[in-house]
Design a protein around this ligand. Structure first.
Ligand code: FMN
Length: 377
């Protein structure tokens, strides 16, 4: 898979999740393997140029975190151009432009989804960035503002003409926020609209089968996974294996989940310090626990941890408590085992216009998504 001049080892991408896809998580994913390119949380171009320490923390990286794309947002062409040039100068592999962020503070300055409605202005801004750097410039968008304005195909074609190296498209509109079914036909329309650049599909990929369905149904060149990677940091590796062999690798066992969760905390502490790292980990640990089986005892306590030692004490107590749910081989008793996850677009064949509720889809609803399409993520 190539993005312009950048050769990638796989066509599986980590989507930016503000507040989550920080350096420790990216390193965790890369250590497990299978991911071709990771993108940072979105970074305000102006803050970067002003050398705001928070913006710098967002682009913190290390050699093991390569290749890395930084996602920029902003609406001032000179700032976006200069920020891209700066990122190239410090060795970032690729720059992504946020065009699908439905957050008010992004839209009100003309960035994010607002960009999708103003083609000419957006094309000029992107051209300025493309001309300023040699590294690939990519764009991430939604299908459009709402169901009556599916502007992504036009936007993708326009951006291809000004030189973007790839399009990432989340198969929902801005109006949908994070609810409802991902529209695979909508992604397919974007694939059909461009001439040569790769289109990377995104939205609700929570299993290797969902990734394959998105590839098959849309003809996309790659898929990008956000929340699914938080449920399952093994998803890239498992998806790569599934695509290559057509055999679905098993989900990782509990011991492996615990090992990786502990590694994640160690990296959080190393990179953010013990106090902040532990505080941030309070919202991360419950993601791992979603596939532990019964975990209420763990979830209640882990949201109070202040030190690594406290985390390990919570974990040790939890492992002892969890024994009651296990059989003699140490596996969860059948009634406590969890159904596999199901992507929204795989719930009612062929590709689900209507979301039907199943036990697995009920779990899917538990993913802590932003409350509304406009106010927050
Ligand atoms: C908490 C959260 C934060 C997000 N932050 C960003 C972001 O910084 N930039 C962006 O382009 N998209 C962001 N997104 C959207 C995701 O990248 C992705 O397009 C969307 O979640 C659908 O993919 P998924 O179902 O695989 O998560 C965010 C989504 C969530 C849930």
């Amino acid at each position: 898979m190539r993005l312009g001049s950048l050769q990638l080892a796989s066509n599986l991408f980590l989507s930016p999740l503000a507040g989550y896809t920080n350096l420790p998580f990216r390193l965790v994913g890369r250590e497990i393997g299978g991911v071709g390119l990771c993108t940072t949380d979105l970074v305000n171009a102006r803050s970067l140029l002003e050398k705001n320490p928070k913006a710098f923390k967002l682009i913190e990286t290390r050699p093991a975190d390569a290749p890395l794309a930084v996602q920029l947002f902003g609406s001032v062409p000179e700032e976006m151009r200069d920020a891209a040039a700066y990122l190239e100068s410090i060795g970032v592999a690729s720059v992504d432009i946020n065009m699908g962020c439905p957050v008010k503070k992004v839209c009100k300055v003309g960035g994010g989804s607002a960009m999708m409605t103003e083609l000419g202005k957006t094309a000029a801004l992107v051209r300025g960035m493309v001309n300023a750097v040699k590294i690939p410039v990519t764009a991430k968008m939604r299908l459009g503002w709402d169901a009556d304005n599916l502007t992504a195909p036009d936007l993708a074609r326009t951006l291809e003409d000004v030189g973007v190296a790839a399009i990432f498209v989340h198969g929902r509109t801005r109006e949908q926020g994070f609810a409802g079914t991902v529209n695979l036909a909508g992604i397919r329309a974007v694939v059909a609209a461009v001439k040569t650049i790769p289109v990377i599909g995104n939205g609700d990929i929570v299993t290797p089968e969902a990734a394959k369905t998105m590839f098959d149904a849309t003809g996309c060149a790659g898929v990008s996974i956000g929340r699914g990677a938080f449920y399952d940091p093994w998803i890239f590796k498992r998806t790569g294996d599934f695509l290559a062999t057509n055999n679905l690798p098993p989900e990782p066992p509990f011991a492996e989940r615990v090992r990786v969760m502990c590694r994640h905390l160690d990296l959080m502490v190393e990179i953010f310090g013990e106090e902040l790292g532990c505080r941030m980990f309070r919202k991360v640990a419950p993601w791992y626990a979603k596939r532990f089986g019964p975990a209420n005892v763990f979830n209640k306590r882990v949201v109070h941890i202040a030190t690594r030692a406290e985390f390990h004490s919570v974990l040790t107590d939890y492992i002892a408590w969890r024994q009651q749910f296990l059989d003699e081989r140490g596996e969860l008793l059948p009634r406590f085992q969890q159904a596999p996850m199901i992507a929204s677009f795989m719930q009612s064949p062929p590709y689900g216009d209507e979301v039907q509720r199943s036990p697995a889809s009920a779990q899917r609803q538990n993913i802590p998504v932003p409350k509304g399409p406009v106010e927050m993520w």
